[in-house]
Ligand binder design. Structure first.
Ligand code: ASP
Length: 411
């Protein structure tokens, strides 16, 4: 079963599930508290369907990431080449993330979403967070099996890289295990396609739940924040990613966005980069033509540390909170936000709402009141959809650039 052949009709079905879910959610939302059959049966049923769909996507992640990175590292073979790709990937990830925050801050300064809200009486919380050194030490797994059980992606990536390089150095015997892992990775891809056939139903359930819970009215006061984040994400995609694809890869942005549309849509509805990873890898390999070696190294790393949409959102929200609480943010303070939001986005888990948790770090280090979290939490699901979509898109753009820089020809 090929994703390209089925892609078109599946995409329509997912779109249909999405639209029907929104209409259904808005329609039944107000009736849920007063209609026992909705509250006791229909909504819990939708909750189950949505959660099973998400769990199925998550089920693939650990075996897929581990085996595909081992195969990727082994197929790159030469540790020097792996190091070169690693440095390029990190540099691109960091610079695109910083660009995203600048776009977010610029829009928040222009649109001023929090102006006139006049919320007072809050105090900034003391700085909290893990020391940088601890973060660094923590990426090395003391027990790789434990890392897999806990789905600690950075530790899994580090162990897989060691494993892949070591297997190459082990010669003939190493090749056998790489071949076996290659079969596992392929099997996990085909499992991804099976699960994606359930996407229209999963998407319907997830969106219907969100729409019923929040309703159209709750969006009104925060429409400017939503606009700033959505428009910022759009600009980032059009300026930065299209620029990378057309100027460096010499390909049309339309071809590129068409190639990764399933991944973008999956990210939008699941709000989880990690859960989207199997689709991201499939799209990038099959539709963009990025090699297995590059994609299986760049994409899992990106799903773990590269979050342009999250960083952009954190920039917008920090300014929104400052404006809402009437706190002046000079340029120097905004430069500080660029640095902390970059770090925060690296530390954000690729799960729904991960960015909201890390927003506390951005707010506290900028001296802004932590109470601001309460302001944005209500609309976080809506913002999460756009930022996750951009998080995933950013990974694929970097994968394409790294592939071209390594002399590969795209599809
Ligand atoms: N949901 C986002 C992701 O998975 C993370 C975030 O909440 O910003 O990429």
């Amino acid at each position: 079963m090929s994703m390209e052949k089925k892609g078109g009709s599946l995409l329509w079905k997912i779109g249909l599930g999405f639209s029907c879910g929104i209409v259904f959610g808005f329609a039944v939302g107000p009736m849920v508290p007063v209609t026992p059959i909705l509250g006791n049966y229909v909504m819990p049923f939708l909750d189950i369907v949505g959660r099973i769909f998400l769990t199925l996507l998550r089920m693939i992640i650990v075996p897929l990431v581990f085996t595909s990175i081992v195969v990727g590292a082994a197929s790159i073979g030469d540790p020097k080449k792996l190091g070169r790709i690693g440095v390029k990937t990190l540099a691109l990830y960091l610079s695109t993330t910083a660009a995203a925050i600048v776009i977010g801050l610029a829009l928040a300064n222009l649109i001023r979403p929090g102006l006139g809200m006049n919320i007072a009486g809050a105090t900034a919380a003391p700085l909290a967070g893990k020391p940088l050194l601890e973060v660094l030490i923590d990426i090395f797994p003391p027990n790789p099996f434990d890392s897999m059980v806990r789905a600690n992606m950075l530790q899994i990536i580090v162990f897989a890289l060691f494993f892949g390089v070591a297997a190459t150095l082990a010669g003939e015997k190493g090749k056998r295990i790489v071949g076996a892992f290659d079969s596992v990775a392929e099997t996990m891809y085909s499992m991804t396609f099976m699960i994606m056939n359930l996407a229209p139903y999963g998407v319907f359930a997830l969106i219907a739940m969100t729409a019923a819970r929040h309703g159209p009215a709750i969006l009104a006061p925060f429409i400017k924040v939503i606009f700033a984040v959505y428009f910022g994400c759009f600009l980032h995609a059009v300026i930065v990613y299209s620029g990378m694809i057309s100027l460096y890869c010499k390909r049309s942005p339309i071809w590129y966005f068409k190639g990764i549309r399933e991944a973008m849509l999956t990210a939008f509805v699941t709000r989880a980069s990690a859960a989207t990873l199997p689709v991201t890898i499939a799209n990038t390999r099959k539709n963009l033509g990025v090699s297995e070696g590059v994609s299986s190294f760049v994409l899992p790393l990106g799903a773990t540390i590269n979050m342009d949409g999250t960083a952009l959102y954190q920039g917008v929200c920090a300014m929104f909170v400052a404006q809402a609480f009437g706190i002046d943010m000079p340029l120097s303070a905004q430069v500080g936000i660029v640095v902390t939001a970059t770090l925060a986005s690296i530390g954000t888990a690729g799960v729904p709402g991960g960015g909201l948790i890390m927003l506390t770090m951005v707010l506290t280090s900028a001296g802004l009141p932590i109470e601001g979290i309460g302001l944005v939490a209500g609309i976080d699901a809506v913002l999460d959809a756009a930022r996750t979509c951009i998080n995933v898109t950013g990974d694929t753009a970097v994968a394409a650039v790294v592939a071209v820089s390594e002399g590969e020809t795209l599809a």
